[in-house]
Unconditional design. Sequence first.
Length: 746
Amino acid sequence: MARGGRIARRGFLIGSAAVAGGVAFGVWHLSRPPENPLRARAGTSLNPFLIIDSAGVTLVSGRSEMGQGVHTTLAALLAEELDLPWASVRIIHGPASAAYHNAALAEMALPVADYGESALRDRAAGALGAISQVFAVQITGGSTSIRDGFETLRRAGASAREALKMAAAERMGVPVETLRTEDGAVVGRDGRRLDYTALAEAAAAIPAPQVAPRPAADWRLLGRSLPRTDMVAKATGTATFGIDIRLPGMKFATVRMNPRLGGAMNGFDPAPALAMPGVERVIDLGTGIAVVARNTWAAMRAAEAVEIDWGPAPYPETTEAIFARIAEAFAGRRNSRLRNDGNAARALSDAADVIEAEYRLPFLAHATPEPMTATARYTGDALELWSPSQAPLVQARGAAAAVGLDPAQVTVHTPFLGGGFGRRLESDFSTLAARVARQMPGTPVQVTWSRAEDLTHDFYRPGMIARMRGAVQGGSAVALEAKIAAPSVAHQAVSRLTGVRAVGPDKGAVEGAFDQPYAIPNYRVEGYLADLDIPLGFWRSVGYSHNGFIHESFIDELAHAAGRDPLDFRLDLIRPESAIAANVLDQVARMSDWRGARPAGTGRGVAFCWSYGTPVAQAIEVEDDGGRIRIARAWIACDLGRALDPGIVQAQMESGLIFGLSAAVLGEITFAGGEVQERDLSQYEGLRIAAVPRIETRILQVQDRLGGAGEPGTPPAAPALANAIFDLTGRRLRTLPLSREIDFVL
C-alpha cells in the first residue's frame, strides 16, 4: 500500500489536478513551496482534503497520526463515497492551514453536559465550530478527529464523485444519471470506463455539486474493522517519526533548560562540553543552552557537562508547599458553579448524617514514547520545520515568532508522532529547534530532548484537591456537593494555542463532576483556581481524568453509606437522566456477571463517566495474591453511536483503560528544591504487560450522536480500581497514586 508518503513533484505537476469538494467547506488556494502537495496551480480549485494526480487518489489529512489509528478511518470515510478500493488511498498530512480547522473541538468549549440534547445547544455548538476557522484551530485532540471528519470527508468525497461523473458525462456524451462509479473509475451503461485520473482536471473546473453522503445501509467500508494503514511500516521499522528525519548536511542537538521551571539562567561555562569529541557548538538560549554535535548522543553527554548557574523557581519549592497553595484556593473567589440543582447547602444541613471526604491527585507527565524532537532549517527569509505535533499552525506561529518571521514563511511537515496524549499540542520543542537553526543558517538541525529534559520540562496535568460532601436517604443520594481546587490548564494552554486569553468559568477544572447524568436532587459543583506558575497542559482526557476518579469514588462512598450495591445505586440515579448511560452500565453488569457469585479473595469495582461524547462504564476485578493486589480482569462497555471501525475503537478503549490504570497505580510528579524529581522512565513507569488485566470490551451503537474514542476509556479506570480495592480490603483510598498504600503485583 502506498500510504503515508509524499506526492512526487513530477507526478503532481504532470497531469494532475485536485478535485473540488463541497462548497460548504470552502475552496482554498494554498500557495506553498513545490514540496507541498497542495501548491496552487493557475486556474485550479483545490479541496484541502483530496488530490487526484497521475499516481491516483491522495487524502490530505489535517489530523496527526499518533498511534490512535485516525488515518485509517479518515481514509475509509473518503473511499466510501468515492467508490475506491480502500487500500489504494494514499494519506499525507496537510500543511499548517486554517483549512483544517477542527470544528468539533471548538464545540466542546460549551459549559454544558454531553448527554443533554437541545436545539439551542446544537446551534451554539455550530457557531463555535465556525469560530474555530477564524482562530485557525488546526488541532488533533479532544477525541474529535473522526467526529470532525465524519461529515466533512464524506461530503467532500460525495461532491468529488458527482463532479467526476459530470466530467465523464460531458466526455462520453451521455446523461450523467446513466453513469456509476466503481474502483476509481466512472462507468457507463455500455461498459466504457474513464479513470478518475483522466477526469480530474475537467472535474476540478466544475462548480462543486452539493451531494448528501450515502446512508449507512449502503456502506461498504465503514462499520468494519479494517487493517491499520500505519501498521506495516511501524512493524517493519520503515515508518518515519519525527526522530527519524534525516536531511543532507544535518547536525544534531539537544537542549538543557532550567530545572526550576520558568527560572532564569544566571550564567554558564561551555568549556567542558566543547572539549568533548564531536561537539561543535554551545548556544546560549537565554533560559538554557543547546549543544550541537555530530550525533545526538554526543550532544546529550556534552549538555550534561556544561556548568550552569540556575535561578530560582517562581512557585513553591516542594510538593507539600505546592499543595498548600492549591488548598488556599478554597478560601479565595469561586471560579465556577456549573451545576447547582436544588439546594445542596440546605439538604446537607438537614441531613442526619453527612458523608465527607477529601481527595488529592498528583501532577502527571505525558511521558510520550518518543521524547520531544523537531528538525528545522532556517534560510533567513524562510523556515522549514519537521515537527511531530498535534497542532501544525501552533508550531508555525511559535517558530515564526522565535526567529522573527511571519507564520506564512514557515513550512511545517508532520511525520508520525511517537505518542501525543496532549503534550504535542505545545510548540516549545519546535520553537527551540527554530532558535537553534537560526544560529546555523542553511543547515538543517535536529533537536532531540533527553528523557530527563522531557520529563522535567513537560506541561503537566495539574495536581488538585477536592472536598466532597453528600447525604443519602431511603437508599439513594439526596445531596452531593463538590468543591474542586487546582491551577487552571485552560487559562495557560488556551492562550498559548490560540493567542486568545481564556476568561470566565473553567469548564475543564470541573468536567467529569458537573456534567454526569446522575439525578441527585441537590447537586452542586464548584471550581476554585489556584495561582501557580507551574507549566500545565492538556493530558489524555484532561479534567475528566481527575474528576472521574473523585466523582465516581465518592458516588461509591455514598452507595455504601446507603447500604446499596454500588452498580444498582448508580443505575437508580442514572436511569431518570439517561437511558443511554444506564444501558452501558447494564451491559458491563452482564459482561462481568456482577450479581453472580464471586471467588474468595477477589473484589470488584465499577465506575462510569460520560466524556467526549461517549458514555463508558468499566468494572475491574482485583485478587489477593499472597497479600499483594493483582489487577486481574476488566470489562468495558461504551456507546459511540457509530463504531466506524470497531477494531480501532476497541484498541482505543483498552489503551485508555491501561493509560488510566498506569496513572492510578504509579503516576506522580513531585518537586523538591523547585525541581521535578522524576527524571527517567524507571522513576515514572507505566504498567508492564504482565500487570495488565484481561480485558473484555463491548461497543454499543445506540445513541444518535457520534462519540469520541481516544480519551473516554481513561476516566473510569482509576475509580473502578480504587472501588475494587475497597470491595476486597475495606480500605477507602482517596489519594493517588495507589501504590503509596497498596503493594501491587507489577
